[in-house]
Design a protein around this ligand. Structure first.
Ligand code: SF4
Length: 215
């Protein structure tokens, strides 16, 4: 395990509360993944999507970002519509789904109780987010899902929050990277109408427009 790597390793100890939560679930559900969830998709991708953290019964259970809970249904459907994914998403890591020119990661790699990481945990896990960004040589666009992932991504890029404030549909040019902000595609946000599928698709349409047609 090293802060210079984009992957924390199976037993990252840096956030004691989250490590203890992980251990609780390793005991309760030994068949679940219950570990820091690595990024999904090729390092050579031009698009990076930054979520918040694994869902308890989603990525924490299956081991692949956004896989196994509602947020993945909308995200993977949207990625496929815009040519960033190929295959059938079946909510399992062995469904054969491939990301094309896209990679998915989370601002916090371990599942937090009640989906709420503390500011210290967000800061600690940022070393892995920064390393993930740094290890992508062709990175040209980042979609941030929700304010926490947006703000942590800004910090990873050494950009002040006031220079690129979060708002759904907001976009910013940061060096050679187009940063696109979206409300998180959680069940809560979609059930309450905060985020409609169309609003979500518009963000990925903007990413596709920026990157050009799939090769
Ligand atoms: S959230 Fe990140 S830094 Fe904290 S324990 Fe998990 S992998 Fe390590």
């Amino acid at each position: 395990m090293s802060g210079a790597s984009g992957n924390p390793g199976h037993d990252c100890p840096l956030c004691p509360r989250l490590a203890a939560f992980r251990d609780t679930w390793r005991n309760a559900e030994p068949s679940w993944f219950n570990a820091p969830v690595d990024s999904f998709g090729p390092r050579e991708a031009r698009l990076l999507i930054v979520g918040l953290a694994p869902g308890l019964r989603g990525a924490n259970r299956t081991g692949r970002p956004f896989t196994g809970d509602y947020a993945g249904d909308l995200l993977y459907d949207t990625l496929a519509r815009f040519g960033f994914a190929r295959g059938d998403y079946k909510a399992r890591p062995d469904d054969g789904l491939e990301l094309i020119d896209a990679r998915i990661t989370n601002a916090v790699r371990c599942v937090p109780p009640e989906n709420k990481p503390t500011p210290a945990e967000i800061n600690t896990c940022r070393s892995f987010l920064a390393a993930t960004i740094a290890e992508m040589p062709k990175l040209a666009a980042i979609v941030t899902l929700g304010r926490i992932s947006h703000d942590s991504t800004l910090s990873a890029l050494a950009v002040r929050r006031s220079a690129a404030p979060f708002g759904h549909g907001a976009s910013f040019d940061i060096g050679k990277i187009k940063l696109l902000a979206s409300y998180h595609c959680s069940r809560y946000n979609t059930n309450t109408g905060v985020l409609t599928p169309e609003m979500f698709r518009n963000v990925f349409a903007a990413a596709r427009a920026h990157l050009g047609a799939p090769g």
